[in-house]
Write a protein that binds this ligand. Structure first.
Ligand SMILES: [Zn+2]
Length: 124
């Protein structure tokens, strides 16, 4: 009988706890699927900006030394710039398959230097 009671208690616990376990990991997994390189880079950029702001705040509060402030700010800035550059290059590669000749409207790849239809140089 005790075993049966425990089983019911266990069942109730599972039913109560199920939404917490089932709902939480699920959206995270979906989010991970959606989260492509771009999202990660945007987050990295935002994180770097936030870090710089916090750093400036800490420096103004006198929490960190001038040297630490300069070094860390340089590092965070480099991270932000790195993310921005990667984002830009990704946007460029994404744009490439749908490039059109400005002269005749012929669709061509970005890496081609001249239009395959009219021979106009590719500005991209
Ligand atoms: Zn053309």
């Amino acid at each position: 009988m005790i075993f049966f009671t425990m089983l019911i208690v266990l069942f109730v616990i599972i039913v109560i706890a199920y939404p917490f376990f089932s709902n939480n990991p699920k959206p995270e997994r979906v989010l991970e699927d959606i989260e492509d390189d771009k999202t990660i880079l945007v987050k990295q950029k935002e994180y770097s900006y936030t870090a710089i702001k916090e750093l400036e705040f800490d420096y103004n509060m006198g929490k960190i030394s001038e040297d630490d402030f300069q070094n860390l700010r340089k590092r965070y800035k480099a991270e932000a710039i790195n993310a921005i550059l990667k984002l830009e290059s990704e946007q460029n590669t994404k744009r490439s398959p749908s490039s059109y000749c400005t002269e005749c409207g012929q669709k061509f790849k970005k890496d081609l230097r001249f239009c395959t239809n009219c021979g106009k140089p590719n500005k991209l």
